[in-house]
Design a protein around this ligand. Structure first.
Ligand SMILES: C[S@@+](CC[C@H](N)C(=O)[O-])C[C@H]1O[C@@H](n2cnc3c(N)ncnc32)[C@H](O)[C@@H]1O
Length: 323
């Protein structure tokens, strides 16, 4: 019988065999991954450098302004006025933070349940996982800014996905339900209320029902896994629905949107009750027909679509932390 224990290298044996050479595809993938890592590091360094230069510029400007004043008394006055402005800004931020927290905590009781299903992590490469994490961060920030936020859930949150989320600043204090269980378990007593949103559904969503729990597939796949969420929902006996995009606008490519776009559309609809306005405000022009944009091939699902840069998003996520 063959032994199942791990084999130890035999140092007396002949030359050790070199590891299997990578296939062409694997080499391509590895190269792509390395390029992505390098680009990410470069971008991070650029942002850091820019921040440093901005801080230096502001410091210089301040010193010049102070230096241009004739008397010590005038200088003190300027310093005091700057302190006052800073204090005002801090107080305003604190108030905003408190009101955000209040809205988010209310949403946990009365808000529309929206689930991001994180059970597809194993189908994504590191770059796609990272992109999904950025999208989730964006969803959280947008929800915090909303006048009527939703009750957001992350279900099936485990493994590498969880580790990446945990690395986000302030994540542990986010006012969001983090569930390692799949949504079918977390909502086991409300199975009839579960609605999986998927562009492949034959049913169109006409309104949002406060009793229902809307599920969004946590995926960045450029629709490589077409139909995967529809199949999953069907197998589980769960209702499905697609956003009624076609009734209001023509898309230049498919109607498959990113996770953050879907969340943002739902949030806008909760606020306005108007699908058309929600689609027009969230779906980028380049994805709509007849806008004369030719850059669709560069339309990457791996980018977070929406205003604000990554740093601003991070700031808002930290600000919407719990107490
Ligand atoms: C990038 S898509 C993932 C596409 C994936 N291949 C699939 O089969 O769902 C992310 C998620 O956003 C939601 N979604 C995207 N476009 C949608 C639409 N037009 N209607 C409803 N849900 C949509 C779905 O929940 C989807 O799983």
């Amino acid at each position: 019988m063959e032994s199942e224990s791990p084999q130890q290298p035999d140092h007396n044996a002949g030359p050790v065999e070199s590891p299997e050479p990578l296939s062409k595809n694997a080499r391509k993938k590895l190269l792509k991954q390395q390029r992505w890592e390098a680009k990410k590091a470069e971008k991070k360094a650029m942002i850091k450098e820019h921040k440093k230069r901005e801080a230096e510029r502001k410091k210089r400007e301040w010193e010049e302004k102070l230096g241009s004043l004739g008397s010590e008394e005038e200088r003190q006055k300027l310093i005091e006025s700057r302190k006052g402005l800073r204090k005002e800004r801090m107080e305003k931020r604190c108030e905003e933070k408190e009101s955000k927290l209040e809205r988010l905590n209310n949403a946990r009781v009365n808000g529309q349940n929206i689930v991001i299903d994180l059970e597809f992590s194993h189908l994504m490469n590191p770059a796609q996982l990272n992109s999904l994490v950025q999208q989730i961060m964006y969803c959280y920030a947008v929800n915090g800014r909303c006048p009527c936020p939703a009750h957001l859930w992350l279900t099936g949150c485990q493994g590498e996905m969880q580790s990446q989320l945990q690395r986000l600043p302030g994540y542990e204090k986010w006012v969001i339900n983090k569930e390692s269980r799949p949504y079918v378990e977390a909502f086991q007593h409300q199975k009839d209320n579960l609605v999986y949103l998927t562009a492949d559904s034959e049913t169109e969503l006409d309104d949002l029902d406060p009793k229902k729990v809307y599920i969004i597939g946590g995926m960045v796949d450029r629709n490589r896994w077409k139909g995967i969420t529809l199949k999953k929902a069907k197998d589980q006996g769960i209702q499905t629905a697609k956003l009624p995009i076609g009734n209001y606008l023509k898309m230049s490519s498919s109607q498959v949107l990113t996770v953050n776009q879907v969340v943002e559309i739902l949030l806008k609809y909760l606020e306005t009750g108007d699908w058309k306005a929600s689609f027009f405000q969230v779906i980028p022009q380049r994805k709509r027909c007849g806008t004369g944009s030719e850059d669709n091939e560069h339309d990457t699902e791996e980018e977070v679509d929406g205003e604000g840069d990554e740093l601003e998003m991070k700031r808002q996520c930290i600000e919407t932390q719990g107490p």
